[in-house]
Design a protein around this ligand. Structure first.
Ligand code: TLP
Length: 351
Protein backbone atom coordinates (compact mmCIF):
# COMPACT_ATOMS: atom_id res chain seq x y z
CA UNK A 1 0.00 0.00 0.00
CA UNK A 2 1.37 3.41 -0.85
CA UNK A 3 1.76 5.72 2.07
CA UNK A 4 0.21 9.16 2.28
CA UNK A 5 1.11 11.26 5.29
CA UNK A 6 -1.28 14.06 6.22
CA UNK A 7 0.33 16.66 8.50
CA UNK A 8 -2.04 19.50 7.57
CA UNK A 9 -3.79 19.47 10.94
CA UNK A 10 -4.70 17.28 13.90
CA UNK A 11 -8.29 17.68 12.70
CA UNK A 12 -7.75 15.12 9.91
CA UNK A 13 -7.78 12.00 12.13
CA UNK A 14 -10.31 9.30 11.42
CA UNK A 15 -12.17 7.56 14.23
CA UNK A 16 -10.62 4.29 15.37
CA UNK A 17 -12.53 1.02 15.17
CA UNK A 18 -13.31 1.03 18.91
CA UNK A 19 -14.41 4.65 18.73
CA UNK A 20 -16.73 3.86 15.84
CA UNK A 21 -18.17 0.97 17.83
CA UNK A 22 -18.81 3.23 20.83
CA UNK A 23 -20.53 5.68 18.48
CA UNK A 24 -22.66 3.00 16.83
CA UNK A 25 -23.79 1.67 20.19
CA UNK A 26 -24.39 5.04 21.90
CA UNK A 27 -27.68 5.56 23.71
CA UNK A 28 -29.34 8.59 22.16
CA UNK A 29 -32.33 10.92 22.51
CA UNK A 30 -33.33 14.37 21.29
CA UNK A 31 -30.71 16.68 22.78
CA UNK A 32 -32.67 19.87 22.06
CA UNK A 33 -35.24 18.45 24.51
CA UNK A 34 -32.32 17.60 26.83
CA UNK A 35 -33.03 13.88 26.31
CA UNK A 36 -29.73 12.57 24.99
CA UNK A 37 -28.04 10.62 27.80
CA UNK A 38 -24.68 10.38 26.00
CA UNK A 39 -24.49 14.13 25.40
CA UNK A 40 -25.40 14.73 29.03
CA UNK A 41 -22.73 12.32 30.20
CA UNK A 42 -20.12 14.02 28.00
CA UNK A 43 -21.14 17.44 29.32
CA UNK A 44 -21.01 16.27 32.95
CA UNK A 45 -17.72 14.45 32.56
CA UNK A 46 -16.11 17.37 30.74
CA UNK A 47 -17.30 19.91 33.32
CA UNK A 48 -16.01 17.74 36.17
CA UNK A 49 -12.70 17.14 34.40
CA UNK A 50 -12.22 20.88 33.85
CA UNK A 51 -13.40 21.82 37.33
CA UNK A 52 -16.28 23.93 36.00
CA UNK A 53 -19.92 23.87 37.11
CA UNK A 54 -21.42 22.93 33.75
CA UNK A 55 -20.57 22.28 30.10
CA UNK A 56 -22.37 22.42 26.76
CA UNK A 57 -21.66 20.23 23.70
CA UNK A 58 -21.29 22.21 20.47
CA UNK A 59 -20.53 21.09 16.91
CA UNK A 60 -17.19 22.90 16.52
CA UNK A 61 -14.51 24.93 18.23
CA UNK A 62 -15.61 27.95 16.25
CA UNK A 63 -19.17 27.65 17.48
CA UNK A 64 -17.86 27.14 21.01
CA UNK A 65 -15.90 30.38 20.87
CA UNK A 66 -18.78 32.24 19.23
CA UNK A 67 -21.47 31.17 21.71
CA UNK A 68 -19.00 32.09 24.46
CA UNK A 69 -18.49 35.60 23.11
CA UNK A 70 -22.25 35.99 22.70
CA UNK A 71 -23.02 34.74 26.21
CA UNK A 72 -20.49 37.11 27.82
CA UNK A 73 -21.30 40.32 25.97
CA UNK A 74 -23.81 42.89 24.73
CA UNK A 75 -23.84 44.59 21.32
CA UNK A 76 -21.24 47.36 21.16
CA UNK A 77 -18.91 45.69 23.63
CA UNK A 78 -15.26 45.07 22.94
CA UNK A 79 -13.29 41.85 23.41
CA UNK A 80 -9.52 42.05 23.78
CA UNK A 81 -7.53 39.26 22.13
CA UNK A 82 -4.10 38.53 20.70
CA UNK A 83 -3.61 39.49 17.06
CA UNK A 84 -2.72 35.99 15.81
CA UNK A 85 -5.40 34.20 17.80
CA UNK A 86 -7.83 31.84 16.09
CA UNK A 87 -10.80 33.90 17.23
CA UNK A 88 -9.39 36.96 15.46
CA UNK A 89 -7.82 35.39 12.35
CA UNK A 90 -9.88 32.33 11.49
CA UNK A 91 -13.48 32.72 12.63
CA UNK A 92 -14.81 34.82 9.79
CA UNK A 93 -15.34 37.96 11.85
CA UNK A 94 -17.84 35.96 13.92
CA UNK A 95 -17.93 38.29 16.97
CA UNK A 96 -18.86 41.28 14.75
CA UNK A 97 -21.30 39.26 12.66
CA UNK A 98 -23.03 37.28 15.36
CA UNK A 99 -22.68 39.32 18.56
CA UNK A 100 -22.10 42.92 17.44
CA UNK A 101 -18.79 42.77 19.31
CA UNK A 102 -15.64 44.55 18.21
CA UNK A 103 -12.40 42.67 18.67
CA UNK A 104 -9.41 44.61 19.94
CA UNK A 105 -6.35 42.63 18.81
CA UNK A 106 -2.99 43.21 20.54
CA UNK A 107 0.27 42.14 18.89
CA UNK A 108 1.69 39.49 21.21
CA UNK A 109 5.09 37.94 21.54
CA UNK A 110 4.64 34.40 20.20
CA UNK A 111 0.98 34.45 21.16
CA UNK A 112 1.38 36.10 24.53
CA UNK A 113 0.32 39.68 25.31
CA UNK A 114 1.84 41.59 28.22
CA UNK A 115 0.14 43.02 31.29
CA UNK A 116 1.06 46.53 30.13
CA UNK A 117 -0.60 45.91 26.77
CA UNK A 118 -3.72 44.64 28.47
CA UNK A 119 -3.86 47.60 30.88
CA UNK A 120 -3.35 50.01 27.98
CA UNK A 121 -6.17 48.42 25.98
CA UNK A 122 -8.87 48.56 28.66
CA UNK A 123 -11.15 51.51 27.95
CA UNK A 124 -12.08 54.20 30.42
CA UNK A 125 -15.80 54.73 31.02
CA UNK A 126 -16.59 57.37 28.41
CA UNK A 127 -19.47 57.69 25.97
CA UNK A 128 -17.01 57.68 23.07
CA UNK A 129 -15.65 54.25 23.81
CA UNK A 130 -16.91 50.72 23.49
CA UNK A 131 -17.20 48.81 26.77
CA UNK A 132 -14.20 46.56 27.42
CA UNK A 133 -16.06 43.41 28.42
CA UNK A 134 -14.00 40.35 27.65
CA UNK A 135 -10.44 39.06 27.43
CA UNK A 136 -9.86 36.02 25.19
CA UNK A 137 -6.64 34.00 25.35
CA UNK A 138 -5.60 30.83 23.46
CA UNK A 139 -3.65 27.89 24.90
CA UNK A 140 -1.88 26.09 23.35
CA UNK A 141 -1.40 28.85 20.81
CA UNK A 142 -1.86 27.61 17.27
CA UNK A 143 -0.08 30.35 15.27
CA UNK A 144 2.73 30.39 17.82
CA UNK A 145 3.40 26.75 16.88
CA UNK A 146 1.42 25.05 19.64
CA UNK A 147 3.15 27.10 22.33
CA UNK A 148 2.16 26.47 25.94
CA UNK A 149 1.68 29.97 27.35
CA UNK A 150 3.43 30.23 30.73
CA UNK A 151 0.92 29.64 33.51
CA UNK A 152 2.14 32.58 35.60
CA UNK A 153 1.62 35.01 32.70
CA UNK A 154 -1.80 33.58 31.93
CA UNK A 155 -2.91 33.93 35.55
CA UNK A 156 -1.50 37.45 35.84
CA UNK A 157 -3.52 38.46 32.75
CA UNK A 158 -6.78 36.92 33.97
CA UNK A 159 -6.29 38.51 37.41
CA UNK A 160 -5.71 41.92 35.83
CA UNK A 161 -8.80 41.50 33.63
CA UNK A 162 -10.89 40.62 36.68
CA UNK A 163 -9.67 43.71 38.56
CA UNK A 164 -11.06 45.81 35.71
CA UNK A 165 -14.36 43.93 35.61
CA UNK A 166 -13.63 42.06 32.36
CA UNK A 167 -14.82 38.51 31.84
CA UNK A 168 -12.27 36.00 30.61
CA UNK A 169 -12.57 33.23 28.01
CA UNK A 170 -9.98 30.64 27.07
CA UNK A 171 -9.84 29.13 23.61
CA UNK A 172 -8.57 25.80 24.88
CA UNK A 173 -8.97 23.92 21.60
CA UNK A 174 -5.70 22.15 22.50
CA UNK A 175 -5.68 22.56 26.28
CA UNK A 176 -5.07 18.79 26.53
CA UNK A 177 -1.74 19.29 24.76
CA UNK A 178 -0.83 22.12 27.15
CA UNK A 179 -1.63 19.90 30.14
CA UNK A 180 0.24 16.84 28.89
CA UNK A 181 3.29 18.89 27.84
CA UNK A 182 3.51 20.92 31.06
CA UNK A 183 2.29 18.39 33.61
CA UNK A 184 -0.12 21.08 34.85
CA UNK A 185 -3.65 19.63 34.76
CA UNK A 186 -6.38 21.12 32.56
CA UNK A 187 -8.41 22.15 35.61
CA UNK A 188 -5.59 24.40 36.77
CA UNK A 189 -5.05 25.89 33.31
CA UNK A 190 -8.71 26.89 33.06
CA UNK A 191 -9.39 27.76 36.71
CA UNK A 192 -8.70 31.48 36.37
CA UNK A 193 -11.05 31.86 33.36
CA UNK A 194 -14.80 32.41 33.50
CA UNK A 195 -15.25 30.12 30.50
CA UNK A 196 -13.33 27.74 28.28
CA UNK A 197 -13.82 26.08 24.91
CA UNK A 198 -12.19 22.66 24.41
CA UNK A 199 -12.04 20.57 21.19
CA UNK A 200 -12.40 16.79 20.99
CA UNK A 201 -11.80 16.79 17.24
CA UNK A 202 -8.13 17.86 17.28
CA UNK A 203 -5.40 15.86 19.02
CA UNK A 204 -7.92 13.71 20.87
CA UNK A 205 -9.07 12.36 17.52
CA UNK A 206 -12.88 12.47 17.73
CA UNK A 207 -14.61 13.12 14.41
CA UNK A 208 -16.72 16.06 15.64
CA UNK A 209 -17.33 18.29 18.60
CA UNK A 210 -16.29 20.69 21.32
CA UNK A 211 -17.58 21.74 24.72
CA UNK A 212 -17.78 25.11 26.39
CA UNK A 213 -17.66 25.11 30.17
CA UNK A 214 -18.28 27.66 32.89
CA UNK A 215 -20.80 28.65 35.56
CA UNK A 216 -24.24 27.01 35.18
CA UNK A 217 -26.19 30.23 34.49
CA UNK A 218 -23.62 31.23 31.84
CA UNK A 219 -23.86 27.78 30.22
CA UNK A 220 -27.66 28.24 30.08
CA UNK A 221 -27.12 31.49 28.17
CA UNK A 222 -24.63 29.75 25.88
CA UNK A 223 -27.24 27.02 25.25
CA UNK A 224 -29.70 29.65 24.08
CA UNK A 225 -27.11 31.07 21.66
CA UNK A 226 -26.19 27.59 20.43
CA UNK A 227 -29.82 27.10 19.37
CA UNK A 228 -30.00 30.56 17.80
CA UNK A 229 -26.79 29.90 15.84
CA UNK A 230 -28.24 26.64 14.52
CA UNK A 231 -26.16 24.33 16.69
CA UNK A 232 -29.00 22.54 18.48
CA UNK A 233 -28.49 18.92 17.42
CA UNK A 234 -30.94 16.05 17.88
CA UNK A 235 -29.53 12.51 18.39
CA UNK A 236 -26.10 14.02 18.95
CA UNK A 237 -25.14 11.16 21.28
CA UNK A 238 -23.72 9.43 18.22
CA UNK A 239 -20.97 12.05 17.96
CA UNK A 240 -20.79 12.74 21.69
CA UNK A 241 -19.86 9.07 22.16
CA UNK A 242 -16.82 9.61 19.91
CA UNK A 243 -15.86 12.66 21.96
CA UNK A 244 -16.31 10.79 25.24
CA UNK A 245 -14.17 7.92 24.00
CA UNK A 246 -11.51 10.42 22.89
CA UNK A 247 -11.50 12.17 26.27
CA UNK A 248 -11.20 8.91 28.17
CA UNK A 249 -8.67 7.10 26.00
CA UNK A 250 -6.69 9.45 23.77
CA UNK A 251 -5.42 12.10 26.14
CA UNK A 252 -2.35 10.41 27.61
CA UNK A 253 -1.03 9.42 24.21
CA UNK A 254 -0.62 13.09 23.17
CA UNK A 255 2.90 12.82 24.61
CA UNK A 256 3.72 10.61 21.58
CA UNK A 257 2.54 13.32 19.19
CA UNK A 258 4.71 15.84 21.02
CA UNK A 259 7.78 13.58 20.80
CA UNK A 260 7.24 13.08 17.05
CA UNK A 261 6.76 16.81 16.48
CA UNK A 262 10.03 17.46 18.32
CA UNK A 263 11.72 14.85 16.14
CA UNK A 264 10.45 16.58 12.99
CA UNK A 265 11.55 20.01 14.28
CA UNK A 266 15.03 18.67 15.07
CA UNK A 267 15.29 17.17 11.56
CA UNK A 268 14.21 20.44 9.94
CA UNK A 269 16.69 22.49 11.95
CA UNK A 270 19.59 20.83 10.16
CA UNK A 271 18.24 21.17 6.61
CA UNK A 272 18.98 23.82 3.99
CA UNK A 273 16.15 26.30 3.51
CA UNK A 274 14.68 26.09 7.00
CA UNK A 275 15.09 28.52 9.89
CA UNK A 276 13.64 26.36 12.64
CA UNK A 277 14.39 26.53 16.35
CA UNK A 278 13.45 23.09 17.70
CA UNK A 279 13.00 24.54 21.21
CA UNK A 280 9.88 26.30 19.90
CA UNK A 281 8.09 22.99 19.33
CA UNK A 282 6.56 22.24 22.72
CA UNK A 283 3.51 20.24 21.63
CA UNK A 284 2.20 18.75 18.36
CA UNK A 285 2.60 21.70 15.98
CA UNK A 286 5.75 22.42 14.00
CA UNK A 287 5.99 25.80 12.32
CA UNK A 288 8.64 25.22 9.70
CA UNK A 289 9.90 28.73 9.02
CA UNK A 290 11.65 29.09 5.68
CA UNK A 291 14.94 30.93 5.43
CA UNK A 292 14.91 34.30 3.66
CA UNK A 293 15.40 34.07 -0.09
CA UNK A 294 14.31 30.48 -0.66
CA UNK A 295 11.36 29.46 -2.83
CA UNK A 296 7.81 30.52 -2.04
CA UNK A 297 6.12 28.28 0.61
CA UNK A 298 3.50 27.22 -1.94
CA UNK A 299 6.23 25.50 -3.99
CA UNK A 300 7.31 23.57 -0.90
CA UNK A 301 3.71 22.54 -0.26
CA UNK A 302 3.44 21.30 -3.85
CA UNK A 303 6.82 19.52 -3.84
CA UNK A 304 5.87 17.72 -0.64
CA UNK A 305 2.46 16.84 -2.02
CA UNK A 306 4.11 15.18 -5.03
CA UNK A 307 5.94 13.02 -2.46
CA UNK A 308 2.62 12.18 -0.73
CA UNK A 309 3.14 14.44 2.27
CA UNK A 310 0.45 17.05 2.94
CA UNK A 311 1.32 20.21 4.87
CA UNK A 312 -0.19 23.70 4.87
CA UNK A 313 1.33 27.04 4.16
CA UNK A 314 1.38 29.11 7.36
CA UNK A 315 1.68 32.81 6.65
CA UNK A 316 4.08 34.31 4.09
CA UNK A 317 7.22 32.27 4.89
CA UNK A 318 6.39 29.11 6.77
CA UNK A 319 4.77 25.69 6.56
CA UNK A 320 2.81 24.00 9.34
CA UNK A 321 3.12 20.31 10.18
CA UNK A 322 0.94 18.79 12.87
CA UNK A 323 1.36 15.34 14.40
CA UNK A 324 -1.69 13.35 15.54
CA UNK A 325 -3.29 10.00 16.19
CA UNK A 326 -2.86 8.76 12.61
CA UNK A 327 0.89 9.55 12.46
CA UNK A 328 3.06 6.74 13.76
CA UNK A 329 6.86 6.48 13.66
CA UNK A 330 6.86 5.05 10.12
CA UNK A 331 4.70 7.90 8.86
CA UNK A 332 6.96 10.45 10.52
CA UNK A 333 10.08 8.84 9.02
CA UNK A 334 8.42 8.90 5.60
CA UNK A 335 7.66 12.62 6.02
CA UNK A 336 11.19 13.43 7.22
CA UNK A 337 12.62 11.68 4.12
CA UNK A 338 10.32 13.67 1.85
CA UNK A 339 11.24 16.95 3.56
CA UNK A 340 14.97 16.14 3.14
CA UNK A 341 14.49 15.57 -0.60
CA UNK A 342 12.52 18.78 -1.03
CA UNK A 343 15.04 20.78 1.01
CA UNK A 344 17.82 19.50 -1.26
CA UNK A 345 15.81 20.73 -4.24
CA UNK A 346 14.39 24.05 -2.98
CA UNK A 347 16.47 24.90 0.07
CA UNK A 348 19.13 26.95 -1.65
CA UNK A 349 18.53 30.70 -1.84
CA UNK A 350 17.07 31.75 -5.20
CA UNK A 351 18.58 34.56 -7.26
N1 TLP B 1 -7.98 25.32 13.90
C1 TLP B 1 -7.80 24.75 12.59
C2 TLP B 1 -7.87 25.82 11.51
O1 TLP B 1 -9.05 26.56 11.62
C3 TLP B 1 -6.72 26.77 11.52
C4 TLP B 1 -6.48 24.02 12.54
O2 TLP B 1 -6.30 23.25 11.59
O3 TLP B 1 -5.64 24.23 13.45
N2 TLP B 1 -9.37 27.41 18.22
C5 TLP B 1 -8.17 27.01 17.79
C6 TLP B 1 -6.95 27.40 18.57
C7 TLP B 1 -8.04 26.24 16.63
O4 TLP B 1 -6.84 25.89 16.21
C8 TLP B 1 -9.22 25.88 15.93
C9 TLP B 1 -9.15 25.09 14.64
C10 TLP B 1 -10.47 26.32 16.42
C11 TLP B 1 -10.49 27.09 17.58
C12 TLP B 1 -11.75 26.05 15.70
O5 TLP B 1 -12.13 24.73 15.77
P1 TLP B 1 -13.15 24.11 14.65
O6 TLP B 1 -12.31 23.83 13.45
O7 TLP B 1 -13.68 22.90 15.32
O8 TLP B 1 -14.20 25.14 14.40
Amino acid sequence: MTMRVDLRSDTVTRPTTVMRRAMAEAEVGDDVFGDDPTVRLLEEETAAFLGKEAALFVPSGTMGNQVSVAAHTERGDEAICESTSHIFLYEGGGPALLSGVQLHPLAGDRGLISLEQLRGAIRAADVHFPVSRLLCLENTHNRAGGRVLPVADVEALTAEAAIHGLRTHLDGARIWNAAVASGIPEARWVSSFDSVQVCFSKGLGAPVGSCVAGPRDWVDRARHYRKRFGGGMRQAGIIAAGALHALRHHRERLAEDHARARRMAAALAGLPGFAVDPAETETNIVVARLAPGVADPQRWVEALSVRSVAVVRFGPAALRMVTHLDIDDDALDFAVRAVREVAAELGRAQD
